[in-house]
Design a protein around this ligand. Sequence first.
Ligand code: SF4
Length: 298
Amino acid sequence: MSGADSLPDDLEGVRESLIEWYRRDHRDFPWRRTDDPYAILVSEVMSQQTQLERVEEAWAAFLERWPDAEALAAADRSAVVGFWTDHSLGYNNRAKYLHEAARQVGEEFGGEFPEEPDDLRELQGVGPYTANAVASFAFDNGDAVVDTNVKRVLYRAFDVPDDDSAFEETAGELMPAGESRVWNNAIMELGGVACRKTPRCDEAGCPWREWCRAYETGDFTAPDVPTQPTFEGSRRQKRGRAIRVLKEYDELPLDELGPRVRVDYGGETGEEWLRGLVSDLADDGLVEIEGDRVRLRR
Ligand code: SF4
């Protein structure tokens, strides 16, 4: 089976729901507010080895000191490397490459950043992933990003086999044409805040729950998560099932909901257990409880 074979028929629904989810709320990293290729390249190189939250401060300081490629190209290499070390940004080589890339933009590209991923790869230290990220985020001109987060999402949601070409093919098929900026941001956000190693399907309001195979089966293993996060996984699975049952019936008494959520309803996993589960769902704003009845919140 190829990767794209496993996508749901309602591709438009899958696309729109994710973009809408991303637009409604996302982590507000400053480099998401710019389309300056230089600033984006700096953020990408810095994030290769450093957590995003920590990159923010270093990124702002770097841009204040060297606001564009021309300024960076004119700097002493030792100053750039020194900055890298002072901010604990990982391998110094990355600072050297960035400095060199800035020089190339001036000397080989006439001071204008290239817009195509293939041309961006001419820049020192810029591999396929970074080239595509800069093309997407600066020029809305990239292909679908496939990183570990994206692979995890595709593997769980659509059962894509753990195979690089299957991931590439599915990711490409899924991305709406010409919308690489919003799409790549959105799917990476999904992997970063919802479909984490321990997934947060309901808590993060994952927009793909209705299509997701892992959500349906409760098997949240993934290429980078070989062992099922057991307790979390099975509780999530039951939460998901309760929501799906309520979508079907709209409202049910607890003693009718219980057996539909788990076949072994009763005893230790009886009413008390179910009340705990639905009150979590109520806390998350997903259902309403009135006496013995549970209703889906619209
Ligand atoms: S429902 Fe859960 S497992 Fe499926 S894509 Fe969303 S966060 Fe990932």
